[in-house]
Design a protein around this ligand. Structure first.
Ligand SMILES: NC(=O)c1ccc[n+]([C@@H]2O[C@H](COP(=O)([O-])OP(=O)(O)OC[C@H]3O[C@@H](n4cnc5c(N)ncnc54)[C@H](OP(=O)(O)O)[C@@H]3O)[C@@H](O)[C@H]2O)c1
Length: 264
C-alpha cells in the first residue's frame, strides 16, 4: 500500500487527503499535528489513517509527504525532521524551493500553489519541482496531484503569477459573482434567486469551457446574435476599462506575492 504523509492536519491537508483517498482507495495516510481535535477529525474521516508521534515519524514512514502547516512555522517544523531523500510536497504559500532545501538539503521538494476550491475537489494549482527528481518520480507526484483537480507545471519564477491567478483568483471571482448578483437585484430579482442563477452561470460557463475545451471567443459567439441582448451588453462591457482593471488586479496580487517572498 502506498503511504502518503501529512505534516499538519489543517483544512488544506484534509481537502487534499480526501481527494486522494477518493481516487486511490488503497492508500495509507500517515499524519501528525499538534492539534488533537484535528487528528480526531481525520481519524473519523479516513479508514486507513495512522496518527504518528512527530513530523519526523511522518517523513520516515511515508513514501511521499505533504507539508501543510502555516508558512510562518516552516523553519521550526523542518528543523525537527532528520534529513533524508524523501519526496516532500510543500503547499506553503510563498515559500521558495531554495528555502525548503536549506533545511533538508537531501530531500526532494515539490512546491505547489493550491487554491481553496481544493476543498470541494476542484483545485486549480501549479507545481514546480526541485532539480533532483527522476522522470518516473515526477510522473508519480503529478498523478497524485491530479487527484485534487487541475494542475499544471510552471517554472518557479512564475509562482507569484499563479498565486495571483488561481490562488487569489477565487476571491476575485467571488467578488465578480457578487457584482452580478447586485446588478440582477437592481433589475428586480430577489437576492436568493439572483445568487442561484449567478453562481450556476459562472459554474456552467466554466464547465462548458473546460469539458469541451472551448475558447472564450467561441462561447461568446455561440451566445451572441446580431443586435440581440448579449450584443447590447457586450458593447458596454467591452468598451469599458474592465479588462485593464482585471489586469491591474492580478498584477497587484502578483507584486504583493513577490514582496512577501522577498521578506521570507
Ligand atoms: N487555505 C487556502 O486556501 C490555501 C491556499 C493556498 C495555500 N495554502 C497553504 O496551505 C497551508 C495550510 O493552510 P491551511 O489553511 O490548511 O492551514 P490550517 O488549517 O491552519 O492548518 C495548519 C495545521 O497545522 C497545525 N500545526 C501547527 N504547528 C504544527 C506542527 N509543529 N506540526 C504539525 N502541525 C502543526 C495547525 O494546528 P493549530 O491550528 O493548532 O496551530 C493546523 O491544524 C498554508 O501554508 C497555506 O499557505 C492555503
Amino acid at each position: 500500500m502506498d503511504k502518503i504523509g501529512f505534516i499538519g492536519a489543517g483544512n488544506m491537508a484534509f481537502a487534499i487527503a480526501k481527494s486522494i483517498a477518493e481516487k486511490k482507495s488503497n492508500i495509507q495516510i500517515n499524519i501528525f499535528d499538534i492539534n488533537q481535535e484535528r487528528l480526531d477529525f481525520f481519524k473519523k474521516s479516513f479508514k486507513n489513517l495512522v496518527i504518528l508521534k512527530s513530523n519526523d515519524e511522518v517523513v520516515k514512514s511515508s513514501d511521499i509527504v505533504f507539508l501543510a502547516v502555516k508558512p510562518q512555522i516552516v523553519g521550526s517544523v523542518l528543523s525537527s525532521i532528520e534529513d533524508s531523500q524523501k519526496i516532500i510536497i510543500s503547499i506553503l504559500a510563498g515559500v521558495k524551493l531554495k528555502t525548503l532545501s536549506s533545511f533538508l538539503p537531501s530531500a526532494r521538494f515539490v512546491r505547489v500553489m493550491p487554491n481553496t476550491p481544493c476543498l470541494v475537489g476542484e483545485m486549480a494549482g501549479a507545481y514546480s519541482f526541485s532539480p533532483n527528481f527522476s522522470g518516473v518520480e515526477i510522473q508519480t507526484v503529478v498523478e497524485l496531484l491530479e487527484c485534487t483537480g487541475t494542475v499544471i507545471g510552471v517554472d518557479e519564477s512564475l509562482m507569484d503569477a499563479v498565486t495571483a491567478l488561481s490562488g487569489s483568483g477565487p476571491a476575485f471571482v467571488a467578488r465578480l459573482i457578487e457584482y452580478f448578483v447586485d446588478a440582477a437585484v437592481k433589475l428586480g430579482l430577489d437576492r436568493d434567486s439572483a445568487v442561484k442563477l449567478a453562481v450556476a452561470t459562472f459554474k456552467g460557463t466554466a464547465i462548458l469551457m473546460q469539458e469541451q475545451s472551448m475558447e472564450a471567443e467561441d462561447l461568446i459567439t455561440m451566445v451572441t446574435s446580431p443586435k440581440g441582448t448579449t450584443a447590447a451588453g457586450r458593447e458596454v462591457l467591452e468598451s469599458s476599462s474592465c479588462k485593464e482593471i482585471i489586469y491591474q488586479t492580478l498584477e497587484a496580487a502578483r507584486d504583493r506575492g513577490v514582496e512577501l517572498g522577498n521578506v521570507k
